[in-house]
Design a protein around this ligand. Structure first.
Ligand SMILES: Cc1cc2nc3c(=O)[nH]c(=O)nc-3n(C[C@H](O)[C@H](O)[C@H](O)COP(=O)(O)O)c2cc1C
Length: 363
């Protein structure tokens, strides 16, 4: 692909604006939650386990990690992003958990941006998940662009994100997803590293997760609603430019809450599931894992901690988060992640979650 100056400038400023808005503004949608609070846990009064012997180590994509937690892909593609990604890489490497980078479109378009994603030069042992938007392939990306993105940063896996709602809310958005399924299959067939299908806040129903499994994805990040809303962020960026929805438009509530999507995917498919979207506390994470998720993903809370308090703060936030999962495991009477992932029967869906799961014939 040839470099296009206007596109480069647009991509750089958009990624910078995203970080600023996510850190400074309220970017969740009012009264929309990821639904984990609707699932009650049956406690164990006699846990029959030793808290000090509880292990969170787990395996994901054939690698071993100290906890089933990953920092979801966020940034890259403008000069300051290099510092953010490097900080996240150092923290993740220290804690023994994987991290993703944000969309690498900017470095495919402008090769000068490669260092903003290329954290392995300084932190070679971090497990790195690269990232491209699937819609880019319906537009003009080729398999060579995919290989370039993966190889230049030595990504251990590649996330292909789908974000139809976000694109719809950008005047410059790419809204032609024609052929995207075929592209995802082609990429899975040709990739030398595992491919992760990834939503960014609208969630994926089990029917599409199953299809992703069938065409060769190695894992799916169900990216449900209730966390950072990309539709809202794009509308905030474009207030005054006549965006497709106003900030109080009910369409902003679009999507499957993360907990519902996690329940569905873990019940109907056997592919490893990442549960991301509004997971801001270890209790939510423990519930996602008890449903059967393999990993939980966190984006905004870690970025906020990093931007407000530096690497130390991001690390402290993650350590507390992981420690809370361990505490909940103790109260549930399980001593390892394998057993935690078998605890779906100990979760009781209430209210809207019960109605959703009944209507979708899970109950
Ligand atoms: C600043 C920022 C930038 C993001 N950029 C990307 C991106 O380029 N590609 C992607 O797949 N997801 C991106 N995401 C989405 C996250 O990976 C995640 O799916 C979403 O934010 C929900 O998680 P959260 O509620 O914990 O923030 C970004 C998130 C943040 C906070």
């Amino acid at each position: 692909m040839s470099s296009n100056k206007e596109e480069t400038i647009q991509l750089e400023s958009r990624k910078a604006q995203h970080v600023k808005l996510v850190v400074e503004e309220e970017v969740g949608v009012d009264n929309v939650t990821n639904g984990f609070e609707l699932f009650e846990v049956v406690p164990k009064s006699i846990p029959n386990t030793d808290y000090h012997k509880i292990s969170l180590t787990t395996s994901f994509l054939s690698h071993s990690f100290t906890a089933p937690v990953l920092v979801a892909g966020m940034t890259g593609g403008y000069p300051e992003a290099q510092k953010i990604n490097l900080s996240l890489a150092r923290v993740c490497s220290k804690l023994g958990i994987p991290m993703g980078v944000g969309s690498q479109r900017a470095m495919v378009v402008n090769h000068d941006m490669i260092p903003t994603y290329d954290v392995k030069k300084e932190v070679p042992d971090v497990f790195l998940i690269g990232n491209l938007g699937l819609v880019q392939f319906s537009e003009n990306f080729t398999l060579d662009d995919y290989f370039f993105a993966q190889e230049k940063i030595d990504a251990d896996a590649m996330a292909l994100h789908v974000n139809a709602f976000q694109e719809l809310c950008q005047p410059e958005g790419d809204v032609n997803f024609t052929g995207a399924w075929d592209w995802l299959e082609k990429i899975c067939q040709n990739s030398s590293v595992p491919v992760v299908g990834k939503e960014v806040g609208s969630g994926i129903g089990w029917e599409e997760v199953k299809k992703m499994q069938e065409i060769g994805c190695a894992a799916v990040d169900v990216g449900g609603s209730g966390g950072t809303s990309w539709a809202k962020i794009e509308i905030m960026r474009h207030e005054g430019d006549d965006p497709p929805f106003s900030l109080d438009d009910p369409t902003l509530r679009w999507g499957i809450p993360t907990s519902f999507a996690t329940w569905e995917a873990t019940e109907k498919t056997t592919i490893p599931i990442i549960s991301t979207g509004g997971i801001s506390h270890g209790l939510m994470a423990a519930k996602a894992l008890a449903m059967g998720a393999n990993m939980v993903g966190i984006a905004r809370p870690v970025l906020k901690a990093l931007m407000n308090g530096g690497e130390k703060e991001a690390e402290t936030w993650l350590v507390y988060f992981i420690e809370t999962i361990k505490r909940v495991m103790f109260l549930m009477g399980v001593s390892n992640i394998k057993d935690l992932r078998k605890q779906k029967d100990m979760l009781i869906p209430t209210g809207r979650a019960f109605q959703w799961l009944t209507r979708r014939k899970f109950i």
